[in-house]
Ligand binder design. Structure first.
Ligand code: COA
Ligand code: ZN
Length: 216
């Protein structure tokens, strides 16, 4: 009988031992995080107790990039953004992967921002058609050598949320980008929890970033 796991979303044949084992492995990583063995080739940018953050960039060994892709794919099972949140950009993006023990439980993807706009929460909350129309004319488009790194994706495994992990990931991203909090760009759209986090992290307003700009 084909079973559908409500928790991890996998379909598997209950009568097949191999299928059951595949599901058990997938399910375990879905709930507890992607297996991530320490490796001397990884670039640890932060560590405290058994928590560490590893940076993966386009020049990192392929096995590390592949692992980061797997973590991002896990994240996007929760967020369901239409485009790949990391795999499509891994040749230009950097990923910070948060690891507890032997499991990857968080990812923050950094991309160069082509355009930015200083945004107050009042203007963000103004969803009127006029405000939306005006928005594009205010975006500051940056020259190729002046494009700052910003956050295009941030995710924390559900069982690890509410413990300040996203905050730590963002702090490290700011350090890596060499930007202060009020200059660090965030790519929209946001999910509900993503917006709640950014409101708390940048209470006075934030820099909205674009990786592509279409002026219509
Ligand atoms: C958004 C997300 C990354 C936050 O991760 P986290 O590790 O739980 O965040 P932190 O613990 O560092 O939260 C810091 C502050 O942000 C705010 N915050 C974070 N998540 C929140 C939520 N779901 N609702 C309301 N406020 C929230 C709180 O003020 C929190 O401070 P507090 O715990 O003292 O109240 C996490 O909820 C997540 O992965 N969500 C699914 C993926 C996603 O939507 N990513 C954003 C894409 S735009
Ligand atoms: Zn399952």
């Amino acid at each position: 009988m084909v079973m559908h796991c409500q928790a991890c979303g996998l379909d598997y044949e209950q009568g097949e031992r191999e299928d059951r084992q595949t599901h058990a492995r997938f399910h375990d990583e879905f709930v507890n995080g992607i297996n991530w063995k320490p490796d001397k080739r990884e670039e640890v940018v932060y560590s405290e107790g058994d928590f560490r953050i590893v940076q993966v960039h386009p020049a990192s060994p392929w096995f590390l990039r592949r692992r980061a892709i797997k973590v991002a794919r896990r994240g996007n099972q929760d967020t369901s953004f239409a485009s790949g949140v990391y795999s499509e950009y891994e040749r230009t993006a950097r990923a910070l992967v948060g690891i507890i023990g032997g499991r990857a439980i968080s990812i923050l993807v950094m991309q160069r921002m082509r355009g930015i706009l200083e945004t107050t929460w009042a203007s963000w909350d103004d969803k009127s058609a006029e405000a939306r129309r005006e928005l594009k004319s205010f975006i500051r488009e940056l020259p190729g050598d002046g494009r700052p790194w910003g956050c295009s994706y941030l995710w924390v495994l559900p069982k690890c949320r509410g413990q300040g992990i996203a905050t730590k990931m963002a702090d490290v991203a700011l350090e890596e980008s060499a930007l202060p909090r009020e200059k660090f760009p965030w790519l929209a759209p946001f999910t509900q929890s993503g917006e709640a986090f950014i409101r708390s992290y940048c209470p006075d307003g934030f820099i909205r970033g674009w990786t592509e700009i279409e002026r219509t």
